[in-house]
Ligand binder design. Structure first.
Ligand SMILES: NC(=O)c1ccc[n+]([C@@H]2O[C@H](COP(=O)([O-])OP(=O)(O)OC[C@H]3O[C@@H](n4cnc5c(N)ncnc54)[C@H](O)[C@@H]3O)[C@@H](O)[C@H]2O)c1
Length: 273
């Protein structure tokens, strides 16, 4: 990654921060984007400006430069501005990790238009708008894009029709981009993590979904470990952010120079049937 520049969305915390810091430790300068604010239908606290400041601190501790911006990946004009500005300041763009994502929970018949639009808008349209903003810059010198999907992009769970549709959509987007951009030596892949130990799963709304038998507000991490483990083949309830980062770091590296268009599960066997 020495001398390269990486764009990471959803970089304020969780897996996005892990990706940004690892790429910096491997030598990349970073353009970090995050909304840093709540979305109305998301039933758990999202990242804050302080979270993004901590990502900045950790990237700078790795002796790399970082341009951090608060922007919403659903806003195409904002994404273009942030990416253009980051490239102007850091000089180039080589790597994109389209990681920002949200979820909420309801059976399909109970999903409101707002719930659908917020999740599909972020997890699919936001990934597209991130890629679209980056493509002109990547064309200068080739590069690699990793679009973050989920096991829900390969299989399905109830209560998540919007998330599952969006994450499956990322697979189609990955394949089209891989074909369209191959002549420019730009590789495009998707990564499909199982549950990861971040704020997206460790919150009251998710706990209540997994343990409807327990009193709301009194459900602990230990209470949900069993049901989460039931999703995986390996005996582990959830992975650490770094487990996804290992796959991302490989996919964007020269070691994966002929890997494009693929879907890489990092899923403790969750999608193995
Ligand atoms: N945690 C899991 O179990 C899990 C499993 C599979 C896939 N994923 C996916 O991994 C990615 C990262 O999630 P995470 O686990 O780190 O969760 P997280 O909630 O800790 O981090 C998501 C980040 O994205 C940001 N974000 C959300 N919507 C945004 C928007 N519209 N514009 C800009 N920024 C926005 C949030 O502020 C937050 O910092 C997401 O795409 C998620 O769908 C998560």
């Amino acid at each position: 990654m020495e001398g390269k520049v990486a764009l990471v969305t959803g970089a304020a915390r969780g897996q996005g921060r892990s990706h940004a810091v690892r790429l910096a430790e491997e030598g990349a300068d970073v353009i970090a984007v995050d909304r840093c604010g709540q979305i109305g239908t998301v039933p758990y606290p999202m990242a804050t400006p302080d979270d993004l400041a901590e990502t900045v601190r950790q990237v700078e501790a790795a002796d790399r430069r970082i341009v951090a911006a608060q922007a919403d990946v659903r806003d195409g004009a904002a994404m273009k501005q942030v990416v253009d500005d980051g490239v102007a300041r850091l000089g180039r763009l080589d790597v994109v990790v389209a990681n920002a994502g949200v979820t909420s929970y309801a059976r399909a018949e109970d999903l409101s238009d707002e719930m659908w639009d917020d999740v599909v808008g972020t997890c699919l349209s936001g990934v597209f708008r991130t890629a679209r903003a980056a493509i002109p810059h990547l064309k200068a010198d080739g590069g690699a894009m990793v679009l973050i999907s989920s096991t829900e992009g390969l299989t399905a769970n109830q209560h998540m029709a919007h998330y599952t549709a969006a994450k499956h959509g990322v697979v189609g987007l990955t394949k089209v981009l891989a074909l369209e951009l191959a002549p420019h030596r730009i590789r495009v892949t998707s990564v499909h993590p199982t549950s990861v130990d971040t704020g997206m799963i460790h919150n009251e709304a998710t706990y209540e979904l997994f343990r409807p038998d327990l009193a709301p507000g009194e459900i602990s991490r230990d209470d949900v470990a069993g049901p989460f483990q039931g999703l995986n083949a390996l005996p582990v309830p959830w992975m650490d952010p770094v487990d996804t980062t290992e796959a991302v770091a490989w996919l964007v590296s020269d070691a994966a120079r002929y890997v494009t268009g693929i879907q890489l599960p990092v899923d403790a066997g969750a999608t193995t049937t």
